[in-house]
Design a protein around this ligand. Structure first.
Ligand code: KIV
Length: 296
């Protein structure tokens, strides 16, 4: 029998090789982003397979204009929080811009931090090109790697903005080459972001590992959405590929408005929201609090 501490730590975790089996069986893989313990717990309770601690946090949680400034420390902290809440889903930590561009050594060392300090099960990095070599080095170090091609927000300036990719034959062929190269480097899955559905279908059919689509049509092996976008917990403009499953922003504004109203009118707090004190203790306290009463 396994020692209890190991058995409890891994109990119920979705085994990574199961993802390829799901692709073979045609069973869709469900992935969502999360950035803290309650959202990790809720995603787990909802039966989500993969949780991405995405650098989208920079925009949807921290209000930045892009993901570029997100630091490795931020992703380490958020991964710690998410892994406290999520037990069954595999938790994938995003490598932020600047944490893997310099060398394979830098990439491996930062991926190790995400696993050792953050508790991540796997990491994700963006682009083909030099990222193929980074993915190979990280996978060789024993850390599962997810690739990400198409619209890669960390390099959106080079791409000309947050725009769909792979819309010419040449771009689509390049995207396919990148996805194949990432698979060859040992990636266990590849995210396809903002690419035409037909292109994503061909890429998906060309890989043995699963593709996870976001704005890439229904033929990917799985789908991912950003927590704040899909739950309407974001006041900005959501991309066209987002489907909103809730309107939490409106619910929260409404709840806060009613709280403010209750405080201002004295309707909150009520008796049930306060603590009792025995009568004799209260009498003694009030006696002691009287300005003229002598101090003992
Ligand atoms: O950071 C993120 O949330 C992502 C997803 C959009 C795939 O990379």
């Amino acid at each position: 029998m396994k020692p209890q501490r190991y058995a409890s730590w891994t109990a119920g975790k979705l085994p990574l090789p199961e993802l390829r089996e799901m692709k073979k069986r045609g069973e869709k893989i469900v992935m969502v982003t999360a950035y803290d313990a309650p959202s990790g717990r809720l995603a787990d309770a909802a039966g989500v397979d993969l949780i991405l601690v995405g650098d989208s946090s920079g925009m949807v949680v921290h209000g930045r204009e892009s993901t570029v400034a997100v630091s490795l420390d931020e992703i380490v902290f958020m991964t710690q929080w998410v892994t406290r809440g999520a037990k069954r889903p595999l938790v994938i930590a995003d490598m932020p811009f600047g944490s893997y561009e310099i060398s394979d050594e830098q990439a491996v060392s930062n991926a190790v931090r995400l696993v050792k300090e953050g508790g991540a099960d796997a990491i994700k990095l963006e682009r083909g090109g030099t990222s193929v070599s980074r993915a190979r080095a990280i996978a060789a170090a024993g850390i599962p790697v997810m690739g990400h091609v198409g619209l890669t927000p960390q390099t959106s300036t080079v791409l000309g903005g947050f725009k769909a990719q792979g819309r010419t034959a040449e771009q689509a062929r390049q995207l396919l080459d990148e996805a194949r190269a990432l698979e060859g480097a040992g990636c266990f899955a590849v995210v396809l972001e903002a690419v035409p559905a037909e292109v994503a279908r061909t890429v998906t059919g060309s890989l043995a590992v699963p593709t996870i689509g976001i704005g890439a049509g229904a033929d990917c092996d799985g789908q991912v959405l950003v927590w704040h976008d899909m739950l309407g917990y974001y006041e900005g403009h959501a991309p066209r590929f987002v489907k909103r499953y809730a309107d939490l922003g409106a619910s929260i504004t409404d709840a806060l408005g009613r709280f403010a109203e209750d405080v201002r009118t004295g309707a909150f707090p009520e008796r049930q929201h306060t603590y009792a004190i025995p009568e004799e203790e209260l009498a003694a306290f009030e006696e002691a609090a009287r300005p003229s009463s002598p101090r003992r």
